[in-house]
Ligand binder design. Structure first.
Ligand code: XMP
Length: 509
């Protein structure tokens, strides 16, 4: 195992992912981790992450410097390198000017991280401060035009520092440097694979649950489907899944889930049709937050009532992922202000008094997908674009009625069909239609029309925190618009949303 000490860099999760891509297990730990805990984890190597602070700032993050006496190899990246150099007696200088973007890295002296590499290549920098004097035992291993000390090493102690970010793709050879650190310096073994993870997780679940029952809410999304499949492999029919049909699903959603999880994997799923209850509660409601609150609390009520019909349940399964865990405890990162009150099956009632079982809590999204494929889940489910818990209700501006849901379902089906045909479904983060609360005038077959308008939204994103509107080909947009207007009654206008996030959000409500 490798541990990454979190100094608040926006890239620290990326570092962990890069390590895991080389099949070595890696965990992100807060900077206030105790020395005893580090010893207990017994890592083969420690990576000190970058961070937004300057080493001389008050309250800049720091980790117990006794870790440098443990005899464990250390790689410091950006702030992590400054921290190490400073802690071991070197000097860091506050820069007048930030260096940001590409730079040409020139290798100066031999270093295992740069093994078999050409003498100069591109790296990606983002720093204010620089090292100007090194601690005893350290040498400069690479420089750039603006930064004389761009990489350092104390070969004897196996301490390495990189001023640039090897974890970002713009740094040529970055992933190879991490690989060299793992295998040539730390002597790690490649034993982190989704097959080995699944075996371990299944054994752990069996052990923890015994012959008790587990309840789990399914949303139809990747995370809850993979978590449920894993739990199902461990305890079979003692897993009771509940799928609440809130009447706000897209066309075919429930059938798809039945086919993939019940028919293919023989899971025990109860489908609860609560659509009438939800639609009745939403009648006349137009305010987005009120819609969200109603849907969220109704979901809990319906789920709770269903759960009570399963006697003797001791556990609640959830599809929580590693980024949620890191963000919720990080002193530096994490969500700041609530823009929308999110609802999903993860937010279940605390009062349920069930023990939580979260088998994906150590995994990143791409690992969850790999795991799902390893467990035999169909690709359709694994590569499904995200769909919000409140469903189509937040894609219908204004009143949510059965008629308007029907219009949106037909539109969305056409849109997704065309996006799939164009081979773009997996490439886009999300693509969907939004029904607007306006009507406009048109002319169809020589007749005046006065009908609804839909907006098409397609975005590229890595994590939904930020997103770019997708530059879909004009021919494709034309085809989508033609089909929607010809095939869906009551729509005579289609517009394309060209707002990125920020300032827009992905969903309209
Ligand atoms: P926004 O609209 O905030 O959405 O830019 C970011 C991502 O979150 C999804 N989303 C939700 N997911 N429950 C969910 O499970 C929700 O209430 C919810 N609201 C938005 C949205 O589809 C996008 O991927």
């Amino acid at each position: 195992m490798i541990i990454v000490i979190d100094f608040g860099s926006q890239f620290n999760q990326l570092i962990a992912r890069r390590v895991r891509e080389h099949n070595v297990y890696c965990q992100v730990e807060p900077a206030d981790i105790s020395l005893d805990r580090i010893k207990e984890l017994d890592p083969k190597g420690i990576i000190l992450s970058g961070g937004p602070s300057s080493i001389y700032e008050e309250n800049s993050p720091s980790v117990d410097t006794a870790l440098f006496d443990l005899g464990i190899p250390v790689l410091g990246i950006c702030y992590g390198m400054h921290f190490m150099v400073h802690a071991l007696g070197g000097v860091i200088q506050r820069a007048r000017k930030r260096e940001y973007g590409f730079a040409k890295l020139q290798i100066q002296t031999e270093c295992p991280l740069f093994k078999d590499m050409e003498s100069a290549f591109q790296c990606w920098m983002s720093h204010g401060d620089s090292a100007i004097e090194l601690p005893k035992g350290f040498v400069v291993t690479a420089s750039t035009e603006n930064t004389a000390i761009a990489a350092v090493a104390d070969h004897k102690k196996q301490f390495y520092g990189l001023q640039f970010h090897p974890e970002v793709e713009h740094s040529v050879n970055g992933s190879v440097m991490i690989k060299h650190f793992l295998f040539d310096v730390c002597l790690c073994e490649r034993n982190w694979t989704m097959t080995s993870f699944a075996e371990g997780a299944i054994a752990q679940i069996k052990d923890a649950v015994g012959d008790q029952k587990v309840i789990m809410g399914l949303s139809g999304g990747v995370d809850s489907s993979v978590a449920a499949t894993l739990i199902h492999k461990a305890i079979g029919k003692n897993l009771y899944c509940i799928f609440v049909d809130n009447g706000l699903l897209r066309h075919n959603e429930k059938t798809q889930l039945e086919k993939r999880l019940v028919a293919n994997l023989d899971m025990n799923i109860k489908f609860v049709d609560a659509s009438e209850t939800f639609l009745a509660a939403l009648k006349g409601i137009t305010d987005p937050e009120t819609k969200r609150k109603i849907i969220g609390s109704l979901f809990i009520q319906v789920f709770d009532a269903e759960a009570k019909t399963i006697p003797g349940a001791g556990f609640l399964g959830q599809g929580t992922l590693y980024p949620d865990i890191i963000e919720s405890r990080s002193a530096f990162g994490g969500p700041t202000s609530i823009i929308k009150s999110h609802h999903n099956v993860g937010g279940l009632p605390k009062k349920m008094k069930l023990k939580l079982i979260e088998p994906l809590q150590l995994l990143f999204k791409d690992e969850v997908r790999k795991l799902g494929l390893t467990l035999g889940i169909h690709e359709d489910l694994i590569w499904r674009q995200p769909f919000p818990g409140p469903g189509l209700a937040i894609r219908i501006m204004g009143d949510v009625t059965p008629e308007r849901l029907d219009i949106l379902r037909q539109t969305d089906t056409i849109l997704l069909e065309e996006i799939r045909k164009a081979g773009l479904y997996r490439k886009l983060w999300q693509s969907f239609a939004v029904l607007l609360p306006v009507k406009s005038v048109g002319v169809m077959g020589d007749k005046r029309t006065f009908a609804n308008c839909v907006a098409i939204r397609a975005v590229n994103s890595n994590d939904a925190m930020t997103a770019d509107w997708a530059k879909l080909p004009h021919e494709l947009l034309g085809k989508i618009s033609n089909r929607i207007i010809n095939e869906v009654d009551d729509i005579n206008r289609v517009v394309y949303d060209i707002t990125s996030k920020p300032p827009g959000t992905i969903e309209w409500e």
